[in-house]
Design a protein around this ligand. Structure first.
Ligand code: NAP
Length: 294
């Protein structure tokens, strides 16, 4: 996965790092806590603000991006609904953002606005910790992804770049097929299976990743997997959702004695990678975790 060298960024020349998140809505975001803690850790001037831009406010979007172009803002994170439709206003996409087809971070390099994606490397960094911590050995590499939306694309990209064999299960096979065709230049095996059960199969799967919002607050009693499905003892479960901290999917998996985690680690990793792209500093993860938990 490639990203531009942060040391050449104009953010380095600025004494103040103006950072922020563009999306709608954004009020629930944990990013200000994480990024402001990182600024504090390195003693850097600046702040991380929320920029809620209504989807009808195209001018508002352009004006905000103009501030990044002028250097008034150092960089932005991007969330729903702008991860795709911000791309037309940028000068370049990194190879990672291009393949995934979504941008979650914007920065400036030599007067150009660059769109990148730290969800994929953030997921992979946290997955590696999760697999290593829980098994002490390299897992086999068959993964089942639930959902085929934006974050599924980042997860698939991360997994195939780490030699996993990927199966997609989605309620809309058409969406899953579109995802597959975006990755046609990569050597991967994507089998489609419908989330419409009871034909659902989870045999020979070492990793299940939930990329659907099923189980997210306030619908915390829902799980994307069917009731009473028996998972193999070797299966690990990674739920991208981080609110609540323990989803029903993760609770059910743990009740079967399986290793399972929610997505806070991915959030922290993608934030840390973003901070480094903007400032050139690589923040210690424990410090960022403390910022969320306090
Ligand atoms: P998205 O682009 O809307 O994709 C969601 C996917 O889930 C789509 O394929 C959607 O299918 C499917 N889906 C939705 N409801 C479903 C249901 N009831 N049953 C089966 N499939 C369903 O959303 P996203 O941006 O990928 O985000 C998905 C989740 O990941 C969110 O909870 C988000 O908070 C989380 N996330 C976490 C991190 C992190 O750092 N941990 C990063 C990114 C995202 P349809 O298109 O048919 O609705």
């Amino acid at each position: 996965m490639q990203s531009s060298n942060p040391s050449t960024g104009s953010g380095q020349r600025l004494q103040t790092f103006k950072l922020g998140l563009i999306g709608y809505p954004v009020a629930h975001s944990l990013s200000p806590k994480i990024q402001n803690a990182a600024l504090k850790f390195f003693g850097l001037n600046g702040d991380y603000s929320l920029f809620p831009i209504h989807p009808d406010d195209k001018q508002g979007l352009k004006d905000l991006l103009g501030c990044v172009r002028s250097g008034e803002i150092t960089g932005l994170n991007v969330t729903i609904p702008y991860k795709q439709n911000v791309m037309e206003f940028l000068d370049e996409l990194t190879p990672t953002a291009k393949v995934i087809g979504a941008v979650n971070i914007i920065y400036r390099r030599e007067d150009k606005l660059i769109g990148d994606n730290t969800d994929a490397p953030g997921f992979l960094a946290d997955l590696r910790k999760f697999v290593k911590k829980d098994t002490g050995k390299q897992a086999n590499k068959n993964a089942l992804i639930l959902g085929a939306g934006g974050s599924a694309r980042a997860v698939v990209y991360a997994l195939i770049s780490d030699s996993w064999k990927v199966t997609i299960a989605a309620r809309r096979l058409e969406q899953a097929r579109q995802l597959t065709s975006s990755f046609r230049n990569y050597q991967l095996r994507i089998n489609l299976q419908s989330l419409n059960l009871p034909t659902f199969k989870v045999s020979n799967i070492e990793l299940i990743v939930n990329t659907t919002p099923v189980g997210m607050f306030p619908n915390i009693d829902q799980s994307p997997l069917p009731k009473n499905i028996a998972l193999s003892k070797e299966t690990r479960v990674y739920d991208l959702i981080y609110n609540p901290r323990e989803t029903k999917l993760v609770r059910d998996a743990r009740a079967q004695g399986l290793h399972a985690t929610t997505g806070l680690g991915m959030l922290v990793e993608q934030a840390a990678l973003g901070f480094e792209l903007w400032t050139g500093h690589n923040p210690p993860r424990e410090f960022l975790w403390n910022a969320i938990e306090n």
